[in-house]
Write a new protein. Structure first.
Length: 396
């Protein structure tokens, strides 16, 4: 899911909210005003203009109604990122509880989004996680379609580190990821996983860096998802562990041109540091084996890993990264973060070199759009490049 949403209106909602409603609150209270001890008729509530309605809407988004099982909100407006430049997006975020809305069942979430940018980039997608009553099953899913003018530096650290290899092309992509996981025992889940990906490279300045590989690929994968999860919240964790592995296979009998497989491993930990502060640590590795096409190679950069690096610039058969982030609540719905990290790509473990490890640093701002659902603005710094990212939910 590429970079999307967040508003200039959001900033307006934060800065202007405190300025406008005192008079309305008095009017809406139904109080009798007294002048020279003579009663005056109650004043009718003043009709709100569009700006006041927007402010009130955002003021109430993180207050889920207690009598409803489904809480749905919309957010939209202009945004900016280093990859897609100026864009306009709309996001619908839904929180709900299946079954009888009992406290034992974790809250499910779903997000439907669309983004269009001045560069010609567009992205339409749906992603979420659904818990059955009692958390016996959980379904994870992501569906997206996008078209994006982007760049390709080739495969491997050496070619990607050379700015002269930067080649512009149009990337078309359709992707479906899903898993349906069964609760084995305390906090442990296992279940089948599927993956479909279509990728095409068009209108490239030069196709030399593709080394003769097919410019469009269809990939069909099946696998198993196994993880241990004690996080208190999936969208903005404050405590707990997540240890997960997704093993996928893309065999020839599923109509893949070349057989290959992948192992995706994530280890995350969240714990309190001091008052209103959370430290989050994330270690991630994606390793592929066999005839992995260029479109399925692990990469660094983007909105979730090694923020600040251009998404897909560094790619190879294997990628690994680690990030430590401090998340500090400041006031009301406002928080800030700082992080430090490192990562690298490599064809085989014996080719991993210390001098090829890429550093990563950054700072960010968080605004609580809904309860435990943050809109985030991140500024990431990498080796020789920086990036600005708008997104929803934490990076990990």
């Amino acid at each position: 899911m590429r970079y999307f949403w967040t508003l200039i209106l959001l900033v307006c909602a934060i800065s202007a909210k405190s300025a406008a409603l005192d008079e309305d609150m008095l009017m809406q209270s139904g109080m009798i005003l007294m002048t020279d001890s003579m009663p005056v008729e109650p004043v009718s509530p003043k009709k709100q203009n569009i700006i006041q309605k927007i402010i009130k809407y955002f003021d109430d988004t993180n207050k889920p109604p207690s009598d409803k099982k489904v809480d749905f909100s919309l957010i939209g407006g202009p945004a900016y990122s280093s990859d897609t430049k100026f864009s306009v997006g709309i996001l619908g975020a839904m929180l709900y509880t299946s079954g009888d809305n009992d406290l034992a069942t974790m809250q499910s979430s779903a997000s439907l989004y669309t983004v269009f940018s001045t560069t010609g980039y567009y992205n339409i997608g749906l992603r979420g996680i659904h818990f059955t009553p009692g958390n016996k099953w959980r379904g994870n899913y992501k569906l997206s379609f996008f078209s994006m003018p982007t760049y390709f530096w080739g495969i491997g650290y050496d070619v990607a580190s050379k700015d002269a290899n930067k080649t512009k092309y149009l990337q078309l992509n359709a992707e479906l990821k899903a898993s349906f996981d069964y609760h084995l025992f305390d906090n442990c889940y296992i279940g089948p996983a599927i993956h479909f990906s279509y990728m095409q490279a068009k209108n490239a300045d030069s196709y030399v860096l593709w080394n003769g590989e097919p410019l469009h690929t269809f990939n069909y994968g099946i696998g198993v998802n196994l993880y241990y999860d004690t996080r208190d919240c999936l969208t903005a964790p404050h405590s707990g562990w997540y240890i997960g592995m997704i093993q996928r296979s893309y065999p020839r009998f599923l109509f893949n041109k070349g057989a290959f497989s992948s192992t995706d491993i994530t280890v995350s930990n969240y714990f309190g540091a001091w008052r209103d502060a959370v430290i989050a640590v994330n270690l991630h590795g994606l390793f592929t084996y066999g005839n992995t096409p260029w479109s399925m190679l692990p990469f660094l950069g983007g909105s979730y890993t090694m923020r600040g690096y251009y998404e897909g610039r560094y790619r190879d058969k294997n990628a690994i990264d680690i990030t430590m982030e401090l998340r500090q609540h400041i006031w009301r719905r406002n928080s800030v973060v700082v992080w430090v990290g490192a990562g690298s790509v490599f064809p085989r473990f014996e080719n991993l070199r210390l001098q090829e490890i890429l550093p990563n640093f950054g700072v960010g701002y968080r605004w609580e759009f809904k309860k435990n659902v943050n809109v985030r603005l991140d500024f990431g710094i990498g080796k020789g490049e920086t990036g600005i990212i708008f997104n929803i939910n934490e990076a990990f």
